[in-house]
Design a protein around this ligand. Sequence first.
Ligand code: NI
Length: 398
Amino acid sequence: MTFDTPLVRSSLDEVADEAKDWRRTIHQYPELLFDLPKTAALVTEKLTEFGCDEIVGGIAKSGVVAVINGTKGRGRTIALRCDMDALPMAEQTNLQHASKVENMMHACGHDGHTAMLLATAKQLSANRDFAGKVVLIFQPAEEGGAGARVMIEEGVLERFGIDEVYGMHNQPGLDIGSFAIRSGPMMAAGDRFVVTINGKGGHAAYPHLSHDPVLAGAQVIVALQAIASRFTNPFDPVVVSVTYLEGGNPGALNVIPAAIRIGGTIRTMQTATREMVEQHFREVVANTARSFGSQAEIDWRPGYPVTVNDPVKARAAAKAATFAAGADNVDTDWPPTMGSEDFSYMLDKRPGAMIWLGNGNSADLHSPAYDFNDDAIVHGVRYWLTLVDQRLNDSAGE
Ligand code: NI
């Protein structure tokens, strides 16, 4: 078993340089959610130029999938996935390649993810020294649109016969050339809620003639904190944040309003906990409101599921990263985060793993000062190629 194949031995400097240009072009023209005509066109153009065996566009509106067959015969089919969409926010970097579109910005590095996967496609097309096939998934709408789920609903996993799925996201604060991963839950489920509390309005001087939804709402907000502190195991992290509160009228301070609204987000790290927390949430909200003479109307908005790395595939990903970057540069016990990620839908359906790629000392993700670090490109591409080599050349592998 050796991974010193032409696939990973080739110099990546040239393709990384090219990818930097693609990345900066994509960065200048950020697009949102499912509506990525420019980005998808650039991706399709490059994939066509590289000579991929199959290129299918228009999946989940702007998603693009490319297939590259190895020359060593039958084998596994692995999918490498990137996200392509940007965020509705104004860039404040003053960089030469800064966004040219008002209030749209690649503030999560999906421009870099796309460029790295394109560079990987170029290398793999030119050197197919592997068995089976590689499916490259360029996905829209990671930022709130569940693009991964829509691609799955449109049959992407079955249509291309995908056995395993792998994802990569850049991580500010992690050194350039470093990787981080963990087995099991890696990112949280992020659900949201809006609750309308309907009471009975009236004159504030005669509260006994009303059912005050403001007091009921205040009790609900406090009671919700007991879900994390009293209902769940302290070693199983849960976050309940009420972030929105609306009701009454500052021009009518002597009026008890008829209704108020509260909203927020709940983060959990286990699917079973997620279900338990939702059930408690509904009971706490309904019963607390009722005990103050009000009725609660709950609008529960399910978000992305928990991102769970399959233990065997996480080990395979760590092995590839270790080969690509050296053992000293791979943290295999990276703490889970309360952020969420729609690659979780793919990991729900197929075994696989998501890995963090160091973005160096950059501004945080979703910050107006953020920029993907082009120096990370070469490392990300080497990881992808090594992963392909190890998963598709190692017949003894798990
Ligand atoms: Ni992102």
